[in-house]
Design a protein around this ligand. Sequence first.
Ligand code: IVH
Length: 686
Amino acid sequence: MNSLVNNYICASLGFMNTQEAKQKILELREELEAHNHRYYVEDNPTISDFEFDKLLRELQDLEAEFPEFDDPNSPTRRVGGEITKNFQTVPHKYPMLSLSNTYSKEELEDYLKRIAKLVPEEMEFVCELKYDGAAIGITYKNGMLEKAVTRGDGTQGDDITTNVKTISSVPLRLRGSDYPEEFEIRGEIFMLLEGFNKLNQERVEAGLEAFANPRNTASGTLKMQDSSIVAERPLDSFLYYVLSEENIADNHYESMMRAREWGFKVPPPEKKYIARATNLDGIFEFINYWEEHRHLLPFEIDGVVVKVNLYQQQQRLGSTAKSPRWAIAYKYKAEQVSTLLKSISYQVGRTGAITPVANLKPVLLAGTTVKRASLHNADQIEKLDLRIGDHVFVEKGGEIIPKVIGVDMEKRPMGLEPVEYIRFCPECSTPLQRAEGEAQHYCPNDSGCPPQIKGRIQHFISRKAMDIEGMGGETVELFVNEGLVKNPADLYALKKEQLLPLERLAEKSAQNIIDGIEASKQIPFQRVLFALGIRYVGETVAKKLARHFENIDRLAVATLEELVAVDEIGERIANSVLSFFADEEHRDLVERLRAYGLQMEVEQQTDGSQALAGMTIVISGSFENYSRTEIKDLIEKHGGKNTGSVSGNTNLIVAGEGMGPSKRKKAEDLGVRIIDENEFAELIKG
Ligand code: IVH
């Protein structure tokens, strides 16, 4: 791939002067934006992810080379990186109102009659989905995204521009030219269900608490300080209202379609996400259609919004202090069924957390048969006053597992006893513990409780951790049951001869496993740290800790104060790290893993020569034998620091074809040494 990228850059960069570079940067931005739009807005990509990344990288390289053409709305900014400590509160130019709700056909009919008194002539209505996320108001000036603000209290909200810019379906720059010079567009940011479920699965695997629902997760994500985490979360948008002093169209529907042409993700009529209607029946056709089909949508909705289409009529209807009279929400009741609670079972996770699960008489709900439902913890069971033999109401939200939300008291037979929560681990009979202020019970027998042992090893070998090829849940089960492994370090002592007698393990599979285990010794430290399965230390936290402390020894002796000083690390995580390393068994585990050759420090010192230690190096132009990214990586690997522009701090410039004359002059004026790629290769060799 590198030579491909390299050729491409060489071919396109050639002897590029400033003017050509500017032209190329603009072209690449436009091209990348068009692909972004096709992928995220139209859902119709025309190039592969690989090709997209290649173009993006080319733009990144050029932008680093020519920082004078920096643009806060460049597609390269989508990956985030900016940290916002405190979001600024800013006033809304137009108040952000909410909607009044209706729950039945009668209520909706009453509403239509009420407004017909104020607007006696014919009215057309626009029906839309009511997306269940967080409201956002985005201001564009001269076609550029300028500011994105949360609803807040309706008169002022938080400026979350840096985070919103990472959401790929929100355009940073508009298409065409016939948009108003300045306008605000409002809409909803929400999380896609598939991504939400995947995120939760990863969190549970990392021993973190699952997020409750996609809506809270979306609004929580939008308020995160680190925009690069926001960029990784599956957020999407639909825009639903344009506010502009300039006239765009005389009605809402047309404005939406205009906004679509400017590149916004507005509900597509062809998917029936938006439709016009002229009366109650037409509106109800839309409502009924989505009541039946809403479970097929890739995101959650909690109803439908009906809007008067003509702006002139909207104005005549006006607003109350809280909501406009020209729009109303029709809310769906969450789909519920009542069924028999047969029993409660208790699952033990890899961190020892106990999760109670309701076993139900199978029942059809929102298109699937439900047999089990989550009960969360002991408090929840007590709050619901659950008893075995009760009929319970079960509801399905965006989560895979439905929830028990209440008891049908009318159906409760006489003589049922309240559920007594278990006091001993269902797997190893150890007395359970529950920490002050925590909802969850835990089994403290982490070294002897089978699901904890298996869970920890499974987590250790998983793809995002040590990624041991050839192994899976079944092999872990087998190895633990056969007494071959009790903890992750035991894997590294395995011999092929021990595996061969095992059921279902052919010579080739056994060899694959041994090879996979051997190869995992090269996995970088941050993933080893994640693989250790410290409670609350997920992938991102592991990355942050690894970067900050650089090796396991410094992390193991870090104090609470030192831990919480790390970005995004709070007391809960810090305490978990402290108690992990306070445990002798864990320290032994780390020592054994180290002895087997696993990476216990961040990479840079591992095979670099340190020939560039302490040097600040600028790279310029394009190269024959390396891509720019390769040179950057090499600089870091050998202890140097790569920066974008030449300054008094620059020690060295690695120059390739097409180094800009202004840069060369500046370097010469400052007396900075300029070397070519061959000299660079010599330098790091020596
Ligand atoms: S129009 C003046 N349209 O529902 C009110 N709102 O309960 C303009 N919402 O805060 C809102 N989907 O966040 C509108 N298609 C849609 C919507 C929608 C979701 C949210 C919005 C608003 C809340 C009101």
